[in-house]
Design a protein around this ligand. Structure first.
Ligand code: SAM
Ligand code: SF4
Length: 497
């Protein structure tokens, strides 16, 4: 059974959009993107060895069709892969447009206000769909945060389910099928992790795997502990079993996910540490790259660095969000480390025998952040020389402790700080990327350009590289690429033997 997959899967689309945006800003001039769909066996995408094993209860479409749109982080992307697998295994068929679907689902993000607003405006667009007999559901963080209020704000919604209740989705769907008008799943007091027999993976080479759900940290600005519930780690034997299955199916890269992935605490008697788990995943035959995100600085212990040093299949990239360069602001954020303690972690990573790429997240305009505290963040960028950065304007979120602090910094000032921060980081990346010209990297090829003989992929250190090759089919393969040029956002090169 072959499924025609347009590589407009969310991530592919995102990569193209960001390339286009960067090109507009004059930063990158490569117009990369998949020019044509390609065919992949459905069994590979579902992570099952055969179609009948994946869908034992009957033909696809038996129960109707579903459209699933995802907003937010990689964990949301992966939750959607599991929700899609769950629905496929119950006889639903996935379709590419809401118009073609009987069930329309939005997996949502509420990390910043803008993200939540986007969800409600998208829901508004589908108001009239309910009258056409379609069932509309909201999943994820906005569902958890707004709860039954969603029914008041968008009465055409029938299903509201937070991520901590996904294991109840089959039961909720059954109630809808039985004629219930409204169903909710909003518990967070669960110790369950969301494991599904079938996962419909979007990417045929790199598999996401959530190893820890929820969060027990209490950063004062963050909704995640409220929307995703308390920290729950998945059993190490179950994780390793899935990695072995993935390797047998041809996946060569796995990315272990968690809001604080390195706080992993194996619930089994084996009590595997996160570093041991990394090594065990890298030992699975067929796995060539192990990634993990996001690491919390306070739990980034020397044994994790030792594992990275010992095992080259564990990627040379650590995403270590700092949020601010000011110890005073970090304390107000309840980040549990000071600037100096964070810099000790950076020194540990920089001390490794092989160079490790370091990336981060930063928030500007946290309540009370003074100009000189903001400058401490700029000086931290200079000191650490990050390879890349995600940066955000502080956004007050419901239930969070920082909501009661006066959000005294105007939007205009937050925008000014953000622009200065991003300019500084762009300069750092522009200067540093030039040093890679002439170097050779192993690249996992993930995209083909519309332009003849142009491809794109990622190095182990997660640097994007656009490169030329005369080969006809490279998707999903590992090739050697020599860097011939650099932009602030990536590298340019050509395939070499
Ligand atoms: N767990 C990760 C950590 O500890 O860094 C981050 C998870 S969060 C989904 C991703 C990023 O969103 C955070 O690192 C932070 O920079 C940003 N973020 C979270 N809450 C925010 C808020 N209220 N306003 C602005 N940015 C926020
Ligand atoms: Fe949010 Fe902090 Fe938990 Fe990250 S560690 S998810 S920022 S509360």
């Amino acid at each position: 059974m072959l499924l025609r997959l347009h590589f407009t899967a969310k991530r592919g689309k995102f990569e193209r959009q960001s390339a286009a945006r960067q090109s507009k800003a004059g930063v990158i001039n490569c117009d990369l993107g998949m020019s044509k769909p390609f065919d992949i066996g459905l069994d590979r995408l579902t992570g099952q060895t055969s179609y009948s094993e994946a869908f034992p209860i009957g033909a696809a479409g038996q129960r109707g069709t579903f459209f699933l749109e995802t907003f937010g982080c990689q964990m949301n992307d992966h939750d959607s892969e599991k929700v899609a697998g769950l629905l496929l295994s119950r006889g639903y068929q996935q379709v590419e447009t809401p118009e073609a679907a009987s069930l329309i689902l939005y997996n949502t993000c509420s990390i910043r206000e803008k993200a939540a607003q986007k969800v409600f405006s998208r829901l508004g667009e589908y108001r009239e769909k309910q009258s056409e007999g379609k069932v509309i559901g909201v999943l994820g963080c906005v569902a958890q945060q707004e709860g039954e209020d969603i029914f008041k704000r968008a009465p055409w919604v029938s299903l509201v389910c937070g991520s901590a209740s996904y294991s109840k989705l089959p039961e909720m769907l059954a109630r809808l099928e039985a004629g219930n008008q409204r169903v909710t799943g909003l518990d967070t007091d669960t110790d369950e992790t969301f494991e599904t027999p079938v996962t419909r993976r979007d990417n045929p080479w790199r598999a996401y795997l959530t190893i820890i759900e929820g969060c027990d940290k209490a950063c004062s600005y963050c909704v995640v502990p409220f929307t995703r519930g308390p920290e729950r780690s998945r059993a190490s034997d179950s994780i390793l079993k899935e990695v072995r299955q993935l390797a047998e199916l041809g996946y060569s890269e796995v990315q272990l996910l968690g809001q604080t992935v390195n706080s992993y605490a194996d619930p089994t008697a084996r009590r595997m540490r996160f570093s041991e788990l990394l090594l065990a995943v890298a030992d699975v035959a067929g796995i060539r790259r192990v990634r993990f995100t996001t690491s919390h600085p306070s739990d980034f212990t020397p044994d994790i660095m030792e594992a990275i040093e010992r095992q080259p299949r564990i990627c040379d990239h650590v995403h270590l969000p700092v949020q601010s360069g000011s110890t005073r602001v970090l304390r107000a954020m309840q980040r549990t480390y000071s600037r100096e303690e964070y810099l000790e972690k950076i020194a540990m990573i920089r001390g490794a025998k092989r160079p490790i790429s370091i990336t981060t997240d930063i928030i500007v305009g946290f309540p009370g952040e003074t100009e000189s505290e903001f400058e401490e963040t700029l000086s931290l960028l200079d000191e650490v020389q990050y390879d890349s950065m995600f940066s955000f304007k502080y956004s007050p979120r419901p239930n969070t402790p920082s909501l009661s602090m006066s959000d005294s910094i105007s939007e205009e000032e937050k925008s000014r700080r953000l622009a200065i921060l991003q300019d500084r980081q762009r300069e750092i990346q522009a200067a540093n990327n030039v040093h890679f010209v002439g170097d050779k990297f192993e690249v996992l090829v993930s995209g083909k350009s519309r332009r003849e003989n142009q491809w794109t992929g990622y190095t182990g250190s997660h640097r994007m590289i656009n490169f030329a090759s005369q080969e006809r089919e490279l998707l999903g393969t590992y090739v050697q690429v020599q860097v011939t040029g650099a932009t602030p956002n990536g590298l340019v090169g050509e395939q070499v033997a």
